[in-house]
Design a protein around this ligand. Structure first.
Ligand SMILES: Nc1ncnc2c1ncn2[C@@H]1O[C@H](COP(=O)(O)OP(=O)(O)OP(=O)(O)O)[C@@H](O)[C@H]1O
Length: 225
């Protein structure tokens, strides 16, 4: 009997490099992620974690190599990218929160743009912001703003999450919630790629530590040792 062939990874980076400002930031990256997979990117400031996520989001193109989605190069034709980008949910450091609109509006707007409705309040409550739903977003603390961003992620519910420093400013309970939603998302077959400097518990995640890009000079921390 013929065995099932190994499934092609949902996403595959094949010898990918990326330049910014005429400098190579990422060099010869090879990584593959299957449905339900998670990849954690770590590395020093400036090592290219955000660049990696931006490249996967299609905001900057690889200077060499290819990014394959279901075996199709996302940069080869706009048709592939147009389909691929509808699966992405990008959680950036800049939160794009409308200060004078309510918390609920800030989540509903994203849901509306997605052509969905009815999940925003549940997502807000899940992220512990229920009592603030009708407050203006400008009143939120940094950690509450991060929770609002995560509520958007839940309300939209796309399969491929690109998370840039998702735990920054979250308290211990917030980090647990983040870990929980990542786990639940993966159990549904979703993919999560996280750039972080902090410990986030993600079971069986692959990890990729990006190398430092500049020769180290002595820093104040070294001198204090
Ligand atoms: N808009 C830009 N134009 C040109 N170069 C940029 C731009 N943004 C970042 N870079 C450069 O790309 C390199 C990688 O930056 P990136 O933001 O990807 O690093 P990072 O690993 O996410 O850093 P951090 O840990 O500080 O968030 C840095 O040297 C940075 O100077």
């Amino acid at each position: 009997m013929m065995r099932n062939p190994t499934p092609i990874p949902r996403i595959l980076l094949n010898n990918v490099s990326c330049m910014r400002n005429a400098q190579t930031v990422l060099r010869d990256i090879n990584v593959s992620v299957h449905d339900g997979g998670a990849l954690v990117l770590t590395g020093a400031n400036g090592s290219g974690k955000t660049t990696f996520l931006r490249m996967l989001a299609g905001f900057c193109a690889p200077s060499a190599g290819e990014i394959l989605w279901d075996g199709h190069d996302i940069t080869s034709s706009s048709g592939v990218y147009d389909q691929y980008k509808l699966l992405l949910n990008w959680l950036p450091l800049k939160d794009a929160i409308k200060e004078k609109k309510t918390v609920l509006h800030n989540v509903r707007l994203f849901e509306f743009l997605e052509g969905k409705q009815g999940r925003s309040m549940e997502a807000i409550e899940f992220m512990g912001l229920g009592r603030l739903a009708n407050e203006e977003a400008r009143l939120l603390s940094m950690g509450q703003r991060k929770r609002l961003q995560l509520a958007r992620l839940l309300a939209i519910d796309r399969p491929f999450w690109l998370l840039d420093e998702p735990s920054v400013a979250l308290d211990a309970e917030g980090v647990k919630l983040l870990e929980y939603i990542i786990d639940a998302h993966r159990k549904k077959g979703g993919i999560v790629i996280v750039a972080t400097h902090q410990q986030i518990r993600i079971e069986d995640a692959m990890s990729l530590r990006l190398p430092e890009r500049f020769p180290r000079r002595k820093t104040l921390v070294d001198m204090l040792r």
